[in-house]
Design a protein around this ligand. Structure first.
Ligand code: CA
Length: 231
């Protein structure tokens, strides 16, 4: 599985750190925000796979933030789990139809939280977030785990497939080798940065046979970018 990125929005440092620690240990990548403003900044920077939002936040409440995100067409598909302090708040979350995909009542065990996250991510995956992504003749079928060009399957190794899947679902953005390592290998410290270059080379070679290698672009001094535009 790719190292899924979770954004934690929680103002209490002790709880935020506890969650971050537990999720990292379960192989997730973490971004942290202490309030709605920071959360929106983080979202503008990098799209997470799921957001954990605490009900009690200093300025905009977690409930309000959830509503805002679910109304915005850029973020409405992002799965959200709300953290609530009391069972009554949890009842309100479900009752108010904020759009939160699930809620977890404090105190919760890290194991419970991780299980809920997996469940919501699975649901999100089955519910249409896994889809077909196309750039001209190049087509990614996430359900079938297949890449085709004009209907012909492009033979790819598992790492090259994961890399291209990541690129195609995060187009027009530059990723450093370090970021790619993080997202594709879950921050495994035993994988070196030049490994990225090796896999990019292999990926390009496979795509070259189908005339679509130009999509995978080197950004000098920065890293790599998948782009349908001219280099
Ligand atoms: Ca809080």
């Amino acid at each position: 599985m790719l190292g899924k990125l979770i954004l934690i929005v929680e103002d209490e440092p002790a709880i935020r750190q506890m969650i971050a620690f537990a999720l990292r240990r379960s192989g997730f990548e973490i971004r942290e925000a202490v309030d709605a403003r920071q959360a929106r900044e983080a979202l503008a920077n990098q799209r997470p796979d799921l957001i954990l939002i605490d009900w009690m936040l200093p300025d905009t409440s977690g409930l309000e933030l959830t509503r805002i995100l679910k109304r915005d067409r850029h973020t409405c598909e992002l799965p959200i789990i709300m953290l609530t302090a009391r069972a009554e708040e949890g009842d309100k979350v479900t009752g108010l139809e904020t759009g939160a995909d699930d809620y977890v009542t404090k105190p919760f065990s890290p194991r419970e939280l991780v299980a809920r996250i997996h469940a919501v991510l699975r649901r999100a995956g089955a519910g249409g977030l896994d889809h077909i992504v196309e750039f001209e003749a190049l087509k990614l079928d996430q359900q079938g785990q297949r890449i085709t060009v004009s209907g012909q399957t492009v033979p790819l190794g598992p790492t090259e497939y994961r890399m291209l899947e990541f690129f195609m679902t995060h187009p027009e953005r530059v990723f450093s080798r370090d970021q790619l390592l993080d997202r594709l290998w879950g921050g495994n410290v035993y994988v070196e940065e030049r490994t990225i270059d090796v896999h990019v080379r292999r990926l390009r070679k496979s795509l070259e046979k189908f005339g679509v290698d130009r999509f995978v672009q080197t950004v000098r001094g920065s890293g790599y970018r998948f782009s349908a535009k001219a280099d």
